[in-house]
Design a binder for this molecule. Structure first.
Ligand code: T3D
Length: 263
C-alpha cells in the first residue's frame, strides 16, 4: 500500500514508519492515523520483520491530534473525541503493544499530546538531545489519552505523572532520560544512525524470545508475583523450544557469536 502522510519501508528486518507532515510537526489528521494503523497491520502480517522503528520527519516527532481538524466554536456540536479515541488512537496503541516484536520509538524532536504517548507506547524509547515531551492536553482542556494516564505513573511515579499531566510543561529529553521515562538520549548529530543501529541490533536478536519478554513485562503491570511466576514458567516453556535457544547455547559452548534467525 502507498502512503501519503507517513513513509513506510522494510529493510534488513526493520520496518520503519516515519511520520511525514513536517510543516505541522507531524500532527495526526484522520488519514495519517489510518495510515499508521495500516502500516502496523502490514508489519504484523509480514514475514521476516523483526523490529519496528517509529520516528518523524523534520523538527518534530508528532504534535498529537491535528487541532485544525477540530471545530470547537460553540456553534456546532462538540467533536466526539470518545469516538475518535475508540476508532483511531486506541487501536494504534493496542497494535503497538501487541506486536510480538520490539518497537523502537525514536523521538527526533518535540513529541506532544497523543504524539508523546504514542512515543511512550514503544518498547524502547530513545530521543535526540534537543527533543522534548509535552503532555499538552491540559493546555486545551483535555486529559492525557493514547494510554498516557496508564504509562506515566508506571514510568515516572504518581507525583511526576500528575505534575506533567496537570501543568503541561515541556520536559527535556535529558530530564526524561534521568527520570526513566525513556531509555536513552543521543546527540543530535548521531541520532538517526544510533536509532537505526538500535533497531537493527534488535532485529538480529532472538525475536521469539523478545516477543515473550515484551508479553511478560507488559503483563506484570497487572499481575501478582504468583501470576507472574506462572507466566514466566509458561513463556520459558515456549522459549526453550525455539531454534534460537538451541543456537544461543551452542554458540556459547563453542565460544562464537550466535546467529539468531528469530525462530
Ligand atoms: O481530538 C481527538 O481526536 C482526541 C485525541 C486527542 C489527542 C491529542 O493529541 S490532543 C493534543 C493536541 N496537541 C497539542 O495540543 C499540541 C499543540 N502544539 C503545541 O503545543 C506546539 O506546537 C508544540 C509544543 C508541539 C511545539 O511548539 P513550537 O513552538 O516548537 O512549534 P509551533 O510554532 O507551535 O508549531 C509549528 C507549526 O505546527 C505551526 O504551524 P504554522 O503556524 O507554522 O502554520 C503549528 O500551528 C503547527 N502545529 C503544531 N501542533 C499542531 C499544529 N497544527 C495542528 N495541530 C497540532 N497539534
Amino acid at each position: 500500500m502507498s502512503y501519503k502522510f507517513i513513509q513506510f519501508f522494510i529493510e534488513h528486518g526493520v520496518a520503519t514508519v516515519r511520520f511525514n507532515r513536517p510543516e505541522k510537526l507531524n500532527s495526526f489528521n484522520v488519514e495519517m492515523l489510518a495510515e499508521f494503523r495500516s502500516a502496523l497491520a502490514e508489519v504484523a502480517a509480514a514475514a521476516g520483520v523483526r523490529s519496528v522503528l517509529v520516528t518523524g520527519a523534520g523538527r518534530g516527532f508528532c504534535a498529537g491530534q491535528d487541532l485544525a481538524e477540530r471545530v470547537v466554536n460553540g456553534q456546532v456540536a462538540a467533536p466526539n473525541l470518545a469516538e475518535s479515541l475508540d476508532k483511531r488512537y486506541n487501536p494504534i496503541i493496542r497494535a503497538m503493544v501487541s506486536l510480538p516484536i520490539p518497537v523502537v520509538c525514536a523521538v527526533n524532536g518535540v513529541a506532544a499530546g497523543a504524539g508523546a504517548n504514542i512515543a511512550l507506547a514503544g518498547d524502547i524509547v530513545v530521543a535526540t538531545r534537543s527533543a522534548s515531551f509535552v503532555q499538552a492536553f491540559c493546555r486545551i482542556g483535555l486529559i492525557p489519552d493514547a494510554g498516557g494516564t496508564w504509562q506515566l505513573p508506571r514510568l515516572v511515579g504518581r507525583s511526576r505523572a500528575m505534575a506533567l499531566a496537570m501543568l503541561g510543561d515541556k520536559l527535556s529529553a535529558e530530564q526524561a532520560e534521568r527520570w526513566g521515562l525513556i531509555w536513552r538520549v543521543y546527540d543530535d548529530e548521531n541520532f538517526t544512525a544510533e536509532a537505526i543501529s538500535l533497531a537493527q541490533r534488535l532485529a538480529a536478536q532472538p525475536t521469539l524470545a523478545l516477543g515473550l519478554i515484551k508479553q511478560a513485562i507488559n503483563a506484570s503491570a497487572t499481575h501478582t508475583l504468583d501470576q507472574q511466576l506462572d507466566l514466566e514458567r509458561d513463556l520459558q516453556g515456549k522459549a526453550c523450544r525455539s531454534r534460537d535457544y538451541r543456537e544461543g547455547v551452542q554458540a556459547f559452548v563453542e565460544k562464537r557469536p550466535p546467529r539468531f534467525n528469530g525462530e
